[in-house]
Design a protein around this ligand. Sequence first.
Ligand SMILES: Nc1ncnc2c1ncn2[C@@H]1O[C@H](COP(=O)(O)OP(=O)(O)OP(=O)(O)O)[C@@H](O)[C@H]1O
Ligand SMILES: [Mg+2]
Length: 253
Amino acid sequence: MKKKTLFVAITTQKGGIGKTSVTVLLSSYLHYLKGYEVAVVDCDYPQYSIFDLRNRETEVVASDEYYSVKAYNQLCKIEKKCYSIVMSSIVDATSKANELAQEENLDIVFFDMPGTLNTDGVLDLLSEMDYIFSPISADRLVVESTLQFLSLFNDNLITTGIAKAKGVNLFWTMVDGREKTSLYDMYNSVINDLGQKIMKTSLPDSKRYRREITFDKKPIFRSTFFPIDSSMLKSSRIPELAEEICSIINLKH
Ligand SMILES: Nc1ncnc2c1ncn2[C@@H]1O[C@H](COP(=O)(O)OP(=O)(O)OP(=O)(O)O)[C@@H](O)[C@H]1O
Ligand SMILES: [Mg+2]
């Protein structure tokens, strides 16, 4: 039976807050470890960072025996190939996603989109998302930019009834264990006062986010070919984030 494919975006206005990394980590976790069928539509022109990452990884995996064997073993074990990543303009993004959803009987399509709502077509694309998740960090500029994003989203898409999503789900990221919890309490109460909920799971601040497949064969963190290495999975808190997201979007096997 054809299932309903959910359109999900990890997005916000602020640049460099981990939207792309979290999209990759969640996609790989859900696709390779949790048995969901996932695809990614990369419409973050001109960076196309996820599409680029897949290309860089493809070169390494094709030319390095260690990674080709690893990819082959994974294929035999889970009996599925790596997920599709397509590059798209903003305007074509939903039709490309619908095509993929038909062909691959997908559970989720993740969209990586430009950070600014001013780019033509971004608001229309956001209105097509079933769910939107936004990383936020405890930095005044980030919090201000997030609040601005939320109010633009509300004014343009919620009050007008255009958005499919009921709202934006915020989660803390780049959380440094040494930061005062009072800082988070303060921001949480500001955000709650605005009627917004923050998710339970937060992601740690970790240099591992930069770790991609390289010829040095260190354990893999951010990859479109493989899930996070088991040695780092628990501390990454990606399993908790994925579980919380699956429960919000009501995704079941
Ligand atoms: N939780 C984290 N802890 C530490 N570094 C992180 C974390 N998440 C992301 N980073 C790092 O922050 C940088 C930006 O991440 P990423 O490209 O995923 O963000 P982005 O929001 O997609 O950026 P852009 O706005 O450019 O698209 C990268 O160098 C990444 O490794
Ligand atoms: Mg990005």
